[in-house]
Design a protein around this ligand. Sequence first.
Ligand code: XMP
Length: 506
Amino acid sequence: QILILDFGSQYTQLIARRVRELDVYCEIHPFNKIPPLTADIKGVILSGSPCSVRDKGAPDLDLDIFRGKIPLLAVCYGAQLMAQKYGGNVTPSEIREYGRASLSHLDTHAALFKEMTHGSQVWMSHGDTIKELPEGFDIIASTPSVRIAAYKIQEEETYGIQFHPEVTHSTEGKNLLRNFVVQICDCSQDWTSDVFIDITVDELKKTIGPDRVVMGLSGGVDSSVAATLIHRAIGDQLTCVFVDNGLLRKNEFEEVLDSYKDMGLNVIGVDARQKFYDALKGISDPEGKRKAIGRTFIEVFDQEAHKIQGVKWLGQGTIYPDIIESVSVNGPSATIKSHHNVGGLPDFMNLKVVEPLKTLFKDGVREVGKALDIADTIIGRHPFPGPGLGIRILGDITPEKVQTLQEVDHIFIQGLKDAGLYDQVWQAGAILLPIQSVGVMGDERTYERVVALRAVSSVDGMTADWIHLPYEFLGKISNDIINKVKGVNRVVYDISSKPPATIEWE
Ligand code: XMP
């Protein structure tokens, strides 16, 4: 495997994804918590960072641990750190070095650049530049404005690059990473979904043994794939619980429950709608609603779990981005991202946790799901928040408002599917606004609700942009909604990106 040491760059996860795309396993660790260098670690990549190597207290690392012993690729900040530590000179850039650049000089004899072309486009993003290299470091690439765009240390498989091969705008970046990971580090490209499934199922069998496992399903891809893997390992020792919290999409409870049963999962469907509505009564504050929903979910789930004799484990669909320790920009202290899976782990249940997907990214989860023959309707599902429509009804929640929003949402989502647009959208939904507006229907003045439609493109939900849906499509959906859903007389389309907005309105 490849070890990626993170200095806090926004692109670190992207490096890991690219390596995984080469069917090579890798892990990200914070630069100040290096795991033991076992024989299965074949190479190390140092990430970029929002810090400058010239800052007091900037992230630092003893590079002698790796140099000359294991192939090392230092990206951006990593490359600057290495140059500076061994006697080179790093200064603030005189001209801006962000965005597109071309490798006008490229040493194609360097193993790192095998089969790459002169003039190759790369993506730069740095405020500092390497002015002088230490002795024994050779320049192997330059751009018109950056003389030291890449270097190699003589007699070592140690490389530094100023640009970011992991972003798609570096057009031959994947070649470069393949050269490093496969040619230089000699990693075998055998980290496929099938291998992952075999290894994971084996491990699950050993870990769980004859015990019983309970797991909450949400209808989403992560929990569905996790449950299928656990089911493969231990069959009916797994019991799944799927709760209707009254905040799901139209017909979702029945449809998803049926697909789970078709998949052979032993699943208990619980109609807890009224319990959730009671808990939410009169609460308008978004965090208050999230807490009420989370608390109620745990109550319902706990009640169901206690009905199953001798449960020892809780299965969860946690994925890699939920658990990567991210490096804090303000210092070397590492913080763990909190993740908001449905309900989280109820501590008082005293169950051990099993999380078979915790090494995978979302796209990896989808691939494993496909290899497990899970239906496209589940694998290709848009993400849907745990609190469901509860955070898409702004203000307090009533069953009537839920029903109105379900109808609106259904017209929109079905419309996207019918128009062949659903798979081009990362996430879509409708929001019921707490305002009324004046309209006219026939000869009558109306004073009814406004709904907003939202459809975004994204890779991981961290950043997102609104999708330019065709006007004709939006017009048709707007007409359908206003004509078919009682109490709605106006539809607006959200054209905000994230940041500065978020995907959800609450
Ligand atoms: P935001 O609104 O923060 O959303 O841009 C990013 C992604 O996270 C989902 N989301 C949630 N998921 N519980 C969840 O399980 C939540 O409380 C929650 N809030 C937002 C959102 O749908 C989007 O995919």
